[in-house]
Each structure stands twice: as structure tokens, then as C-alpha cells.
Design a protein around this ligand. Sequence first.
Ligand code: PGA
Length: 247
Amino acid sequence: MFIVANWKAYVENTARAKALVAVAKKLGRSGEPALIVAPPAPLLGLLAASNRSKVGFAAQDVSATLGGAETGEVTAATAAAAGAAYAIIGHSERRAHGDTNEIVAEKIAHAFAHGLTPILCVGEHEHDPEGRYLGFIREEITAALTPLPGKARTQVIIAYEPIWAIGKGANESITPEALAEMALYIRKVLAELLPGKSGRQTRILYGGAVEPGNIRDLAASTGIDGFLVGHASVDPHTYTALVRALA
Ligand code: PGA
């Protein structure tokens, strides 16, 4: 199992960042669950450059540009140079700032070009009873994977993050039953995009209101490979409880 700690902009100073990474390094020694930390860009280099532990680092985003006269952009090359091995791409909080499916596809290409494994976030605004959200998820996955060659398609990690659950408490998260259905559906969509493959080898994460109180239930027989955790990953106590729940 994986736990990707998406710090978002919750962690804003060096001392707190270093303390959290120290906790991750200690908890990550056994390698199970595998721990990945996604700090804000300026802290990434500081924390990842001298990393000799099993903890992996992710960029929270990469630029759609390729460098040059682009003030304020953090390119995939920069993220890789800073020590990232992964890049979260298409998070709903980036899509809310204008990332379209086309931009997400470009960012994924840039990530691969610099050796970063993309963690593609997909997720619907509303779990409507008519099931229109399924088409929405299909479209997000298809638009991101179609431009890629076959091998790269299998390497993208998919993070299913329903927007209605993000930032909420465990009692408002998805149910294990609904998550199991969604994981099956995503693997069906993947099987169509990965000819000759079942979609079973793709790593699927879940994110949205994952807390110590629900992580074990969401991990049990839902068919996912891990979690992308926001608010519960930036407190050393809840983070420790999350990791221990999967150890
Ligand atoms: P949350 O966020 O764990 O705070 O719900 C998850 C995410 O947005 O990645």
C-alpha cells in the first residue's frame, strides 16, 4: 500500500516541514506502507535533496511550460532536479485554477520526459444518483492517458478523489462499498485504454477525507493500492495513526 501525503499549503515553515519528514522517515523504514511526501515546491528541494531514506517525494504540480521566460512556473525538470520522483497532476484544487484535461495531459507528458511518475487526480463534483459522474471520470482518465504510449499508460498512478469528500471529516467520506465499485469501474476504463491488459496492474489511490478513523475500512477489500491524504497528513499524530493503520 501507498500513502501519499499531500501537504497542500498547510505546511509553511521549515521547522514544521523537517519535523514531519523526520516522522515519515521513521515510519517509512519498513517500506510498508510505502510513504511519499508532497511538500510545497520551495520546501521540496530542501527536504528531498539529501534524502537517503525509503520515503519518496512528489511535486504537488508541474508547469505546463517547458522553462524559459515563465516567471513563477515550476517545471517538471525543476521538480526532478529538486529530488521529486513523482508529480501530482490534475488535483481538483489545480483544476479549479484552470487546469483543463488538455493541460493535465501536457503536464503528464512533461513529467514523464523528466522521469517523474505522474499521480493523476480525477474526481467528480457530485455523486449524482443517475451515475453521470461515471462518464465524467471516464473522460478525465481517457483524456489524460490517450496521448501516451502504451507503456507509459500503465505507469500513471490514478488517484480517485471525489471533490465532495475533499477536506471533510471521515463521516462524510466515501463508503467502502462505493469505493470498491469505483475502483472496479476505473479498472474497466483502464482495460479499454490498455489493450491486452486488464487494468489490474495500474496503481489506484483514493483521496478525500481519509483519516485514522476510516483508513482501514477503506483499504479492506476495496481493490485500491493506497491513499492520497491531505489534512490528516500534516499533523504528526494523525499521520502516524494513518501509517500504523496500514502497517
Ligand atoms: P483531504 O484532501 O485528505 O484533506 O480530504 C485530500 C486531497 O485533496 O488530496
